[in-house]
Design a protein around this ligand. Structure first.
Ligand SMILES: [Zn+2]
Length: 187
């Protein structure tokens, strides 16, 4: 960091405090002793999404948000819940520190998050993302939704376990597919 007063590169940080979305540092020039502030901001996630056909496109927050909003339409969700899902996905993408991820990974992350929030929004989104083979499959999926949810901490742990697989583009079974089916047992 060059000093804005004399241009010398020998500056040192004398104080750091976190500010909204970043960190503010007070620096001192070792050459002219002038002090100045810098503000570092977290960069929003920059990752390329590999589409099904192999093409790449930049991760677009708005696009994901739109898809989730459509799935959550008219559902009784807390304000900001959908935005929080996108924030969480961005956070995980940033933490994973990869240049590119399969589009499926984004979809699976959204599905996993939505699943914790609302069964209907989850089914809507998953049915689009995974293209249930037939309407029967979809209805069966819905019928099996009477699984009892795991405690949040347990769900978070399971989700973490799935993360590396998800980031590699693997399809992770949802409770619809993996839970022993109460609906099937009743038949
Ligand atoms: Zn200076």
């Amino acid at each position: 960091m060059k000093c804005p007063h004399c241009g010398d590169a020998a500056t040192k940080v004398v104080d750091s405090r976190s500010a909204s979305g970043g960190v503010r540092r007070r620096r001192e020039c070792q050459e002219c002793a002038e002090r100045f502030f810098t503000y570092e901001q977290y960069q929003s996630v920059l990752v390329m999404v590999i589409k099904k056909d192999g093409r790449r496109e930049e991760f677009q927050r708005e696009k994901l948000l739109h898809g989730l909003r459509v799935a959550a339409r008219k559902r009784p969700l807390p304000a900001g819940a959908v935005e929080a899902i996108v924030d969480e996905i961005e956070r995980r993408l940033m933490a994973a520190d990869r240049d590119e991820v399969p589009s499926r990974a984004i979809g699976e992350m959204a599905i996993a998050q939505l699943k914790l929030l609302d069964p209907i929004a989850y089914i809507r989104f998953a049915s689009v993302y995974r293209q249930f083979a037939s309407i029967d499959d979809l209805l069966q999926g819905i019928a099996r939704l009477d699984y009892s949810p795991l405690p949040a901490a347990e769900q978070a742990r399971l989700f973490e376990d799935d993360m590396s697989r998800i980031l590699d583009g693997e399809r992770v079974p949802t409770p619809i597919e993996s839970a022993p089916s109460a609906a099937a047992a009743r038949r």
